[in-house]
Design a protein. Structure first.
Length: 196
């Protein structure tokens, strides 16, 4: 073990440092926040601890989802400020059409940002289903059906439908499979909407 640590240049018991290539400011911010969370956040247990708890691995989950939500929140705030500035410019600039078009663009970005933050937990549920059962499409669809049967609220079914549709349009996942998943949640959403 000591020989390996001399070759790799890392200390024993530490994971080797991973170099991340950052392409834009948003990725840099995400990386730095995740790094801070890794360094500063800890899990503490108070009171008696049995031997099984100490032997297990305890981690803080949801760090990536928290960072995504934080970035979306910051983007939405800056977009709303941009809209306010553009609205105030209307009184000084005579060409309102350009400003109205720009305001519409910013409002679309705000709506998209709000949609992304609203469907983020549902994306994680669908991603979990796909990671668990994605190798067998028939089994995956069966599990999606079971997931649909458990849903009792229209908002949840609708958000799952929107999340699956959003994921189908991303290039990360197979489009046909996610469109089928989206259709199943859409059917459930429509059924629950009729029941309201």
């Amino acid at each position: 073990m000591k020989k390996f640590s001399n070759i790799s240049g890392s200390k024993i018991g530490e994971e080797p440092k991973v170099e991340v290539k950052v392409t834009n400011d948003e990725d840099l911010f995400k990386y730095k926040v995740l790094n801070l969370m890794e360094k500063l956040l800890t899990v503490r247990t108070y009171g008696p601890v049995d031997r099984y708890l100490r032997a297990g691995l305890i981690k803080i989950s949801g760090q990536e989802m928290f960072v995504e939500a934080l970035v979306d929140l910051m983007q939405a705030k800056t977009l709303k400020e941009e809209t306010r500035i553009l609205e105030s410019l209307k009184s000084t600039i005579k060409d309102w059409e350009i400003l109205d078009n720009k305001i519409e663009e910013v409002n679309k970005k705000i709506e998209e940002s709000e949609l992304k933050s609203k469907i983020a937990p549902h994306k994680n549920k669908i991603k979990s289903l796909f990671n668990s059962y994605g190798t067998d499409e028939e089994l995956l669809m069966t599990m999606v059906d079971e997931s649909c049967n458990k849903i009792t609220k229209w908002e949840v079914a609708n958000n799952r439908y929107l999340a699956a549709e959003y994921m189908a349009n991303e290039s990360k996942y197979p489009k046909e499979v996610f469109m089928k998943i989206s259709d199943k949640y859409k059917e459930k959403s429509d059924k629950l909407k009729c029941d309201i």
